[in-house]
Design a protein around this ligand. Structure first.
Ligand code: NAD
Length: 491
């Protein structure tokens, strides 16, 4: 790396306000507590940020509750224009924001830039939705009364985001909350606070009033979120993260009967039917597996391939994934960055060892890269994976593609649905009748047909079963932040 590159990396980190944002003021955590943010490609500290506690949460709640009424009363056009301005700023600063994301999260800069643009699109989408919040008016069936329906902001919201898409999972919640007229407290994952702090600064520059968006960075999420969930002024929780944490948060939300949106874990099947176009299937599988180094809830976790195509598919996928360049995400040409931390890498290693011990064969990859600092695991294709392998049941969250064969569609559908998760499924077939059958039979909130990626702000993203509650994006995304009120008129 040249001196100039090193300087640029330092500069993008230096520029981020390393403070909590509460009521429009950047401030340290109470007691001055801080923690270090790590670069997963080196294991070294990048900088320190505030480590908020319960006292900070209480002040943030005051700020969000204090700003709620005035913010709810702002003109929808004004809220939309703030989002539009934030969209423009994200696009304008995509290079610096992408590098910042790569430094704290690891993914290659080109992918980080893709995420910044994807994240910005949520703001553009919800800028357009802010002015389309509608209601209803109808004559009651008896002909005398009238029924008037309006939609109002649900109220102060707690938004908890994961580390794997540090900006997009933020804008997917902040966008509709702003559009609907809700104030909010955002708690980013402790691994990736910098992207959220940079985003919060942009929201201020775009004209968001003080107190509407408050940000708490912390290594103690329970201590910060627990009191917020118990505070009667909080009306909404939107969470993206693991099913385990989501389940505990649903329980905590019961006390005050909060509106909840839950984007939880996945275990996506990818099915390659006997009539699939092999080029499309290999291309789609590579995208569904390698996007975000497999650290995505939508990542293809299990590949079910018709026995007649299995050998060709396995060889071609291995040829595509094997040569991918692994390295530090900020270096040119790198296609596969590190995993987020040692625990993430060790989990992938464990799952692969378990599969291999049960009879799976590593066609490429199969062991962590121990010859360098950071948490690297190479792209791995596993053939002949036994049905009881743990990685067919658990989220791998790494660049490992396990391949299982099938003979009949019934069998593939049964195996695909044999999971507590239901976020997304992928199917590759050239037969329309078969495509419709799979789309209707698969128990998941989303289906990719001949496509390895489904995410777009214009479509409702979300899961069924233990993958979640509610949808983000699309026409329904804003509904999660609105309450329906009905007025009965006797005229
Ligand atoms: P995680 O559940 O460990 O953490 C997610 C967030 O919850 C973080 O901000 C974390 O600090 C916070 N958290 C943890 N314990 C908490 C507590 N007791 N109280 C309040 N907050 C708490 O998940 P992760 O490892 O950061 O993210 C990966 C998971 O997220 C995967 O399971 C992935 O599938 C899921 N995910 C889902 C979607 C989706 O849209 N369905 C999108 C991205 C990621």
């Amino acid at each position: 790396m040249s001196d100039m590159d090193v300087k640029r990396e330092q500069l993008v980190v230096e520029r981020v306000p390393k403070r909590l944002l509460i009521g429009g003021k950047w401030r340290p955590a109470s007691g001055g507590r801080e923690y270090e943010v790590e670069d997963p490609s080196t294991g070294r500290a990048l900088c320190a940020v505030p480590d908020a506690g319960a006292e900070d949460a209480a002040v943030a709640m005051d700020a969000a509750a204090g700003a709620a009424a005035e913010w709810a009363a702002t003109a929808p056009r004004e809220r939309g224009e703030i989002l539009r301005a934030a969209y423009e700023l994200l696009v304008e600063r995509q290079d610096d924001l992408a590098l910042l994301m790569t430094l704290e999260m690891g993914k290659p800069v080109a992918e980080s830039r893709g995420e910044i643009l994807y994240a910005a699109e949520f703001f553009r989408w919800f800028a357009e939705e802010a002015v389309r919040i509608d209601g209803g008016w109808k004559t009651a069936p008896d002909g005398n009364g009238r029924i008037w329906i309006m939609r109002q902001p649900v109220g102060p919201a707690l938004l908890i985001t994961p580390w794997n898409f540090p900006t997009a999972m933020g804008t997917r919640k902040i966008g509709p909350a702003v559009a609907a007229g809700c104030t909010m407290i955002v708690k980013p994952a402790h691994q990736t606070p910098l992207s959220m702090l940079a985003l919060a600064e942009i929201m201020g520059q775009a004209g968001l009033p003080d107190g509407v968006l408050n940000v708490l960075t912390t290594t103690r999420p329970g201590e910060v979120c627990g009191p917020l969930l118990r505070d009667g002024r909080l009306r909404k929780l939107s969470f993206t993260g693991s099913t385990q944490v989501g389940r505990a948060l649903i329980e905590q939300s019961a006390a005050n009967v909060l509106r909840t949106s839950m984007e939880l874990g996945g275990n996506a099947p990818l099915i390659v039917c006997e009539d699939a176009d092999l080029d499309k299937a290999v291309e789609g599988a590579a995208i569904a597996k390698m996007r975000n180094v497999g650290e995505a809830c939508t990542s293809a976790n299990r590949m079910y391939v018709h026995a007649s195509l299995a050998d060709a598919f396995t060889v071609r996928l291995a040829e595509k994934l094997g040569p991918m360049v692994v390295g530090r995400g900020s270096e040119p040409g790198v296609q596969v960055g590190p995993l987020i931390d040692a625990a993430g890498r060790d989990k992938v290693d464990d799952l692969v060892r378990d599969a291999v011990a049960g009879g799976a064969r590593a066609v490429v990859g199969g062991a962590p890269l121990a010859d360098r600092p950071g948490y690297f695991y190479p792209p791995t294709v596993l053939a002949e994976v036994p049905p009881d392998a743990r990685l067919l049941k658990e989220e791998i969250f790494g660049p490992v593609a396990p391949i299982v064969t099938f003979e009949h569609d019934d069998q593939a559908i049964a195996m695909a649905n044999d999971t507590v998760f239901g976020l997304v499924s992928y199917v590759f077939t050239e037969n329309l009748r078969r495509a419709v059958r799979y789309a209707e039979s698969l128990e998941s909130g989303m289906v990719g047909l001949n496509k390895g990626m489904v995410s777009t702000p214009a479509a409702p993203f979300g899961g069924v079963k233990q993958s979640g509650l509610g949808r983000e994006g699309g026409g329904v995304g804003i509904e999660e932040y609105l309450e329906v009120k009905y007025v009965a008129l006797d005229i």
